[in-house]
Ligand binder design. Structure first.
Ligand SMILES: [Zn+2]
Length: 169
């Protein structure tokens, strides 16, 4: 949609999809900014380590991978697989790391309280109970329940990252 069409629609009082606003508590907004900043710091650590692994990989003479990260290693290179894994890590990290995420300097950061999250978790538990009850009704009526609430796969927690500098420090 061009800006002109959008402006015209707005003038006519239509709601333009994607232009709706949501109210967000400032502490959540700051928490999001902090999360992005941590993401960027963490991404830099991952990339740096992966580059170190990449640079420590051995090659046979004449391997195009020595000078180019886009060329595949020769079959005889001893660290062929390790190099490929390091390249995948670097590419994936660059994909998900924010290009720019400034730390929130001089802004007080109030973490959402434990009580707040306890409330949310309680609400989720109620929703889950309601969901289970409805699925049970469907089951009794011999109607197959939709599978959108299938348990998601869980992964073990990763080891802790090196300690990041405090954003307010
Ligand atoms: Zn090589």
């Amino acid at each position: 949609m061009t800006a002109g069409v959008r402006d015209a629609k707005q003038l006519m009082g239509f709601e333009v999809p994607g232009d709706q606003k949501v109210a967000l508590p400032v502490r959540h907004w700051n928490a999001l900014k902090l999360a992005l900043w941590k993401n960027r710091q963490g991404g830099e650590i991952i990339e740096r380590q992966a580059i170190e692994i990449l640079e420590s990989c051995g090659h046979v003479e004449g391997c195009p991978g020595i000078d180019s990260a886009v060329e595949p290693c020769l079959r005889e290179c001893p660290d062929r697989e390790t190099r490929m894994s390091a390249l995948v890590i670097i590419q994936a990290t660059r994909m998900v790391t924010p290009i720019d995420a400034a730390k929130i300097a001089n802004e007080p950061y109030y973490a959402p309280s434990r009580e707040y999250f306890a409330e949310i978790v309680a609400e989720l538990a109620i929703a889950q109970a309601e969901n289970d009850a409805m699925r049970e009704l469907l089951r009794q009526a011999n109607i197959p329940a939709p599978t959108t609430t299938e348990q998601l796969a869980t992964f073990p927690a990763p080891p802790p990252l090196p300690q990041l500098e405090s954003p307010t420090g």
